[in-house]
Design a protein around this ligand. Sequence first.
Ligand SMILES: Cc1cc2nc3c(=O)[nH]c(=O)nc-3n(C[C@H](O)[C@H](O)[C@H](O)COP(=O)(O)OP(=O)(O)OC[C@H]3O[C@@H](n4cnc5c(N)ncnc54)[C@H](O)[C@@H]3O)c2cc1C
Length: 447
Amino acid sequence: MQSYDLIILGAGTSGAYLAKRMARRGHKVLVLERLPRDKVGTKYDIFHIERREFDRLEIPRPTEGDPAWAFEFEKNYNADPLTKFPKCQLNPIVGLHMHEYTLLLIEEAEAAGAVFKFGCAFEDFLFDDKGKICGVKAKQRGRELTLGARIVADCSGMAAVGRLKLPDGYGVENTPLTDEDMFYVILRYVTLKDPKDYLEGSTFWAYYKTWIAPCADPHGAIIGIGACHSFEYAEQIYAEMEQVVPLPDYDLVRVERGRTPYTRNVHSMVADNFFVSGDAGNLTKSVNGEGVTSAMVQLKMATEVLDRALKLGDTSRKALWDVNRYYNTTQGAEFAMLRALLVGVVNAAGFDEFQYVFESGIISDELLGALSGMPVPPEAILGAAKGFVAGIAKKKLRPATIKAAALAFKNAVEISNHYKRFPATEDGFDAWCKKADEIYERIGKIK
Ligand SMILES: Cc1cc2nc3c(=O)[nH]c(=O)nc-3n(C[C@H](O)[C@H](O)[C@H](O)COP(=O)(O)OP(=O)(O)OC[C@H]3O[C@@H](n4cnc5c(N)ncnc54)[C@H](O)[C@@H]3O)c2cc1C
């Protein structure tokens, strides 16, 4: 049987990025990808990466003329439901073609020595006589393969084919997501009829969870919506939005649909000889469900831990535990906090209240900066608090909404602190999960 240090399930952005980093450290890496090479990353076309992430994550940065490059912009507007008081944040964004960019990451991984088997689907794990994962069974062109591995990494996206096959109690949750744990995303690629409407940047309407953003065609746009429950529900919200928001006149070119996890990351991302990342571990941003770079943040930390474990010859859950600790005390804590805040505020506030907070200036540029990871100055928080009090006095904000927002703030602080106290070893993990689940129960899910 052929054996590898690391077998990665899935050659999406997460799997390809991990393959490159581990192969560069001298490990024998095999990536199994269900799709043929010319179909990887074709689940939709355009995705975004914040420009500052390229250096931080050490990933290739395509520029104009490269096949993966589509466009760039830096104006990001957040708008009230009536689009009368939009607020602008400057944050350079690069639009990329998913298929071409994934191929770029795969080529980098191959150059580093990783081997890819395309058209080869993971089917199940192999277990040793102690019941520990020691490889995988896969199928390529009707042929059964058995392959040995010291670690198997599940990067298979929302299918989570490895995680969901884990035996109960193996050390990572093996439950599938429900409809309430994901965003149903619908993208309308359009051409704009009037040149005065050509886009300079993106606009996001939090009330409708919809946006309009540039696309590869400078005379076009992508109008997107992400909603829980179902694609039908997302279409319903979109129809409501179209009645109110003054969208530019457009011709529809095509529609793309997809789903992205919109729930907390799995509490433990490691088990004996096993690791999970990307959409398979729900590592998407709690602000918008984007998951390419947020997974890479975890993968960059995880590379150090997996590398060390392989070199020391101990790939047990205990030896891989630092992945959980590093991630949950940093980005995990930040995402948990933002999730609690967003769910509380978005669920509680009505149309008029959303309109009022923009109109009155309670939502300041500084507060919105938090959504793109900027620190919020204390004066901005104090200003917002005063604005809320004035809003109640003027009967523009319902006391129940303020109460819900205050509760969301309390939950946000509590869950963030809880993540920052993530146990340094497996001891205390069960108690940590119980408490985290209690807080999440209070936080609830986005409507
Ligand atoms: C419409 C839409 C727009 C989005 N826009 C953005 C954006 O602008 N920015 C952003 O950061 N994120 C965005 N996201 C989220 C982002 O696409 C995902 O978070 C990201 O692609 C996840 O990468 P991944 O490598 O974990 O999974 P995937 O990209 O899903 O890759 C998983 C791979 O595993 C393979 N696989 C599955 N089963 C098996 C098997 N049995 N054996 C072997 N291989 C298997 C699949 O074929 C696939 O190639 C968007 C999502 C949607 C739906």
